[in-house]
Design a protein around this ligand. Structure first.
Ligand SMILES: [Zn+2]
Length: 379
């Protein structure tokens, strides 16, 4: 029988989170993983994404040869973590991993990496029949999916894949995630001495304020959100400010809604800024496309059947966030994002139950065995 070695798994997770890997500085973790995957019998390559995105490490892509008569399975997790995420000291107490309170835990996404490594350990020692496996560890995910966006997806032989990078208990399957636009505004006014001749100036901060209050932000509907998250500008109290930058985003599961709301925000904002006598320049960056997977597709059926076999409760969910799965789906490889039990991610309160980490591996083992039993089944 296939048993998870819980002690080995918790040791691996502890090791992984202690290797600092903030976005663009994944080198040390990359070196560790290359060695680890080599030791597990995989053929490992690193691509040149690091150079392209200004980081010190590329995506790490590895293949585990398997029985070619079974479908190739593709698994992905990201190497980078958000800040504060350096010098993480994991604390394991009562079956729960937390940080010491000064950093995030980094279970996002090292829980995914640890689960994949334990799976590979089990495949190595137990000789479970399996098809070829493709393993991808991406960089720069937290910076707008920069690693996966620069990965050459044509290298994948798999017809479907799984990203291990969602909150939610094991058994949770993300079947839809939003598309996103980033919007940058530069509001230009006119500088003047604030005490001597303010009437000669045009206050860019005030113009931005007039415009901001007119925007629809927050939750727009069940599948659409908008936010202005950054404001920067002004130099001193005695200068009428001539420049303000704003950065915001629009997301929706529906591309048309995202585009319509983006236009609405730009139009409303620009009009109001101009009414205040200032000017506004806008830049829109399309970040990634949405995806929606039908529960009847084999990528979802495999995951749900495997979860049931592992005794996990299957939940189909839509996400409000993007992940590497958005990129692979856009490249034509149906890819689901799986809930792996990480909780309160991107905060110092982040935690992870050992039971969930163990269930992640049990889920993956069932997935492998299931696909190996589905000889010749199409997608
Ligand atoms: Zn993540």
């Amino acid at each position: 029988m296939t048993e998870v070695n819980v002690e080995r798994l918790t040791r691996e997770f502890t090791t992984l989170v202690q290797i600092s890997s903030p976005s663009y500085k994944e080198r040390e973790l990359g070196n560790y993983l290359i060695k680890r995957l080599n030791g597990l019998g995989l053929l490992v390559e690193e691509d040149n994404t690091g150079e392209k995105i200004g980081g010190n490490c590329g995506n790490i892509f590895a293949r585990l040869p398997g029985d070619e008569k079974y479908p190739t399975l593709f698994l992905c997790a990201h190497m980078d973590t958000v800040q504060p995420g350096e010098g993480i000291k994991p604390v394991l107490k009562d079956g729960v991993f937390r940080s010491d309170g000064s950093t995030v835990l980094g279970g996002d996404d090292k829980a995914g990496i640890a689960a994949m490594i334990e799976l590979l350990e089990i495949l190595k020692e137990e000789r479970v029949p399996h098809g070829p496996l493709e393993i991808l560890f991406t960089v720069g995910e937290e910076q707008g999916l920069r690693g996966s966006k620069n990965f050459d997806c044509s290298r994948l032989k798999a017809k479907c894949g799984y990203v291990l990078d969602s909150s939610g208990k094991p058994g949770t399957i993300i079947i839809a995630a939003p598309t996103q636009n980033i919007i940058n505004f530069s509001i230009k006014g006119k500088a003047a001495h604030a005490g001597i001749e303010p009437e000669r100036g045009i206050n860019a901060i005030q113009a931005a304020g007039h415009a901001l209050v007119r925007l629809r932000l927050g939750r727009i509907d069940a599948e659409t959100t908008a936010n202005i998250g950054v404001i920067r500008g002004g130099k001193a109290t005695n200068i009428v400010p001539d420049l303000v930058y704003l950065e915001g985003e629009v997301r929706s599961l529906d591309r048309k809604k995202m585009e319509a709301l983006t236009s609405e925000i730009i139009e409303t904002f620009t009009k109001a800024v101009e009414a205040a006598g200032a000017k506004s320049e806008v830049k829109v960056t399309f970040e990634y496309p949405e995806f929606r997977l039908d529960p009847e597709m084999s990528v979802i059926r495999y995951a749900s059947q495997a979860a049931e076999k592992a005794g996990l409760q299957v939940r189909y969910e839509t996400s409000g966030g993007g992940s590497d799965a958005n990129v692979f789906n856009a490249a034509g490889i149906p890819t689901a994002n799986l809930g792996i039990g990480m909780q309160q991610v991107h905060t110092k309160e982040e935690f992870l139950e050992v039971k969930d980490l163990t269930d992640d591996v049990r889920w993956l083992i069932e997935l492998i065995q299931l696909t190996a039993g589905r000889e010749g089944e199409g997608s």
